[in-house]
Design a protein around this ligand. Sequence first.
Ligand code: FE2
Length: 386
Amino acid sequence: MAVEIRIPPVLQIGGGSFSTVAALLLRLGCRRPFIVTDPFLMKSQLAARLATQIRDAGMNCEIFHETVADPTTTVVEAGVDAFKHGGHDSLVSLGGGSPIDTAKAIGMLSANQGKARDYRVPHSIPLPGPTHVAIPTTAGTGSEVTRFTVITDSESGEKMLLAGEHLQPSAAVVDFELTLTMPARLTADTGTDSLTHAIEAFVSRKANPFTDALALSAMRTIWRELPVSFREPGNLRAREAMMLAATQAGIAFSNASVALVHGMSRPLGAHFHVPHGLSNAMLLPAVTEFSVRSAIDRYAECARAMGVALANDSDEVAVEKLVGALHRRNKELHVPSPKEWGIPEEQYFALLGTMAKQALASGSPANNPRIATAAEIEELYRQAWQ
Ligand SMILES: [Fe+2]
């Protein structure tokens, strides 16, 4: 099987790479960057430090800090207006997945007609947007290296998946020092998102030997280092390893896709505003248990790479250990069930049919080793409830 691999042409990786952003922008021919970030990073002065660095290098820039968790079409449209109005030629996104996803959509709509919903999967994006340098501050959604963005339609409430090569940033600046101040909850949730990317990319029907190597390396590291960075936020070794692994997992799933966990996770986020990594964590054990028999050798390899099974365990034993380890890990990282998180029970169960339909419509469940019916997806949501 021939595959096409896409990675941003520039990856600046390592502590201190944040200070090279202005030089990178100049090298890429940018003169009027538009910084996309969120109110928190605005308050923390990180966005101001970025703007100063850019202005000191002789460029003009403006900061757009109105991005929200679960980016909406309303915010994207405001961003497009400001981008055009300011005569900007490039984008710099700074933050977790939300600012980076917002910047991707702003870039796309500054070059293409219509609305974000016109480009949701399976529709294609015809024209490339402006140069986009992505700077993640979490480890992480991997959005800095992927060809995907997830935008919530402000009218329908649907969490839409958009995909295409033109959404991939031109460059990613991956500096683990930006993650040192992440609170424990965010560390756990974004890290579990990365772990889910690695596992789903590896078991995906679109997996290939190139993405396999990155996915295995990422899951090995994340399994070992996530609890460390959760307990010891200042542990530089763990933070550095997590940041690299999150980007590796991002490259893996951008080129091999995610599967059923992500497909089911998006509706949970859209209806109940569960943070993305947390909704993945709520679903990962049950969905893995549901799927293991359909790709037992692949899941067993995950278990061995993560060190939760022994090299000489049979595949049967290895996948059993994997499922058990995922349940225990959720306890260790204090992951609540949807019920414990405070989702109203009646609303959750009333929406099962809708959520199953939306999960299937995203296309991601079609990459899962075991193809789930709508009824099976509903049953998995039921299992995950408490
Ligand atoms: Fe994700």
